[in-house]
Design a protein around this ligand. Structure first.
Ligand SMILES: Cc1cc2nc3c(=O)[nH]c(=O)nc-3n(C[C@H](O)[C@H](O)[C@H](O)COP(=O)(O)O)c2cc1C
Length: 505
């Protein structure tokens, strides 16, 4: 397979960061282009949501897929919980200049939050069946459509088993592109991966069965919802633990005529970003399979692998972990080393099973986890690759890595001061072979999903994480000794946070 025949291969190459590619005085950012992080539909009927129910389920239970107790409450509580524990506002950042910026349960590159969430539901007591858009600032739903949207969206994935509820995720790339240029497409997809995993875990915590869907016709969704600057990227199907008679109405889905509050506000997208978006539109859905990502990758080890102990338990309760999650802005490099069973727990969570339509068991694992171990008990500082099948770490190079990690992360000190900096690497060639252009999306969604697990795992262990999307692509690829088929997509630094540092993006 010639990777260079793909638009997304060209896009990936061209959107790489490298010192020599930077404009001499940096690109001037125009803060006037900062768009609202929130979209509203003017005049749409609004449904208030009740207080979200507590869900103090141990995080380990969710990652290990234990069957949870049936959610006892009314369905409105369930919808509220689903959003409250995934994409709602969970805090505020106060800047020295007196500005207050909302922060969300999910992290987002530059805190720009390009992801929008829609829920398709059957009729609930006091509610019409229809399509609802999540109004983030006031934690309410606004009605976008009437009729049987659940069935319509479900049929797009070609599956007969109709779910009880669907969450559709779209991205508004212009919200990120004003700042990050063409590279914003990557960040939008990573952000969407975070949101997918946040919604999936919230669903599990509420007792729902969940499947993630990436293969559907984008054009069908775009036309039906009359989207202009918004692109569908994934949806999640949810099933209630026991059938509750949630049959959809016989009426076909129809859209209400309301317009987005910020329609037309975004500037033109960089042509390269638009090309990549267009190229990944074609659907290549595959049959749903239970994905066990634990695949063998123990090739070519030159140094003795480090066997990992059993993982430390992530007993911390899901609801408080996700609501208190924050990104670290700097780490204490003098803090105690991370224990090996804590590292094992992070890797165990990262590799928890996932039900999607875009990652099949029989294929070689296409996302790998590499790590800069700066300060981990019982292992030498160095660069390692995680071998999930043997639950071991394969050394790639040994010796202190703090300075190199910082440089490779575009000079961001948190990559060097962390205890461990993970690098999520995708075999992009394999994604292209399996799914064509759409594989590029799937690779980033998976990296975002794994990144989210590392964030929550870190939080549950009393550590903290930060995603890092800005790194020197080719230098990092070479330093990790990756074959040309493999590309680093996302870094996640974990360690003991120091407070009082403002984020650099
Ligand atoms: C895809 C992605 C890329 C990110 N890249 C960086 C980065 O390069 N440097 C950094 O300091 N933070 C980075 N972050 C963290 C964001 O700045 C952070 O999520 C945002 O400011 C919101 O803060 P919160 O996570 O505490 O809610 C990234 C986050 C995501 C999801």
């Amino acid at each position: 397979m010639e990777a260079n025949k793909f638009v997304t291969a060209f896009y990936h190459e061209t959107s790489k960061l490298a010192w020599e590619r930077l404009e001499p005085r940096g690109r001037k950012l125009d803060p006037a282009l900062l768009l609202s992080r929130f979209r509203f539909y003017t005049g749409a009927p609004i449904r208030s949501l009740p207080k979200a129910p507590a869900r103090p389920v141990p995080l380990s239970d969710l990652f290990s897929g234990h069957t949870l107790a049936v959610f006892p409450g009314p369905l409105q509580d369930l919808l509220s919980g689903l959003l409250w524990y995934s994409v709602a506002i969970s805090g505020y950042r106060h800047t020295p200049s007196g500005e207050t910026t909302p922060l969300r349960v999910v992290p987002s590159a530059g805190n720009l939050h390009p992801v929008e969430v829609y829920l398709a539901t059957a009729a609930l007591p006091g509610w019409d069946a229809g399509l609802y858009h999540y109004r983030v600032p006031d934690h309410t739903l606004e009605q976008r459509g009437t009729g049987n949207w659940v069935e319509w969206l479900s049929n797009l994935a070609g599956k007969k088993h109709r779910p009880d509820l669907i969450a559709l995720l779209t991205v508004v790339p212009s919200r990120s592109a004003w700042k990050y240029g063409a590279r914003a497409f990557r960040y939008c997809l990573l952000d969407a991966g975070h949101a997918v995993e946040a919604l999936r875990l919230a669903g599990l915590a509420l007792g729902l069965r969940v499947e993630v869907v990436g293969g559907f016709s984008d054009d069908a969704v775009t036309q039906k919802l009359k989207l202009t600057d918004e692109w569908p990227v994934a949806f999640l199907k949810f099933w209630l633990p026991t059938p509750c008679g949630l049959t959809g109405p016989p009426t076909p889905p129809a859209l209400l005529p309301n317009e987005p509050s910020d329609a037309g506000a975004g500037s033109d997208l960089p042509p390269l970003l638009r090309q990549a978006l267009e190229a990944t539109k074609a659907s290549h859905g595959a049959p749903i399979q239970q994905v066990d990502q634990r695949q063998s990758d123990a090739n070519g080890a030159r140094l003795s692998p480090v066997e990992l102990p059993g993982p430390a338990e992530l007993r911390a309760p899901f609801d408080s972990v996700v609501r208190k999650r924050r990104s670290a802005t700097e780490f204490d490099s003098q803090a105690r080393p991370v224990r090996l069973d804590e590292l094992a727990a992070l890797l165990w969570a990262a590799w928890a099973p996932l039900t999607t339509d875009f990652s099949a068991t029989e294929e070689l694992s296409r996302v790998e986890i590499h790590l800069f171990a700066h300060s981990v008990e019982q292992i030498d500082p160095g660069v390692y690759r995680y071998c999930p099948s043997a639950r071991s770490l394969i050394p790639i190079r040994l010796g202190p890595q703090r300075s190199m990690a910082r440089q490779l992360a575009f000079g961001q000190s948190l990559a060097g001061s962390a205890s461990v900096t993970f690098v999520l690497v995708a075999n992009l060639e394999a994604f292209w072979q399996a799914h064509g252009e759409r594989g590029y999306r799937y690779a980033h969604l998976l990296a975002g999903i794994i990144g989210h697990r590392l964030y929550l795992g870190a939080e549950a262990l009393g550590l903290r994480a930060s995603g890092i999307g800005a790194y020197l692509d080719d230098d990092l690829q070479r330093y990790l000794e990756l074959p040309s088929t493999h590309q680093p997509l996302y870094l996640v630094a974990c360690g003991f946070p120091i407070s009082g540092f403002e984020p650099r993006d």
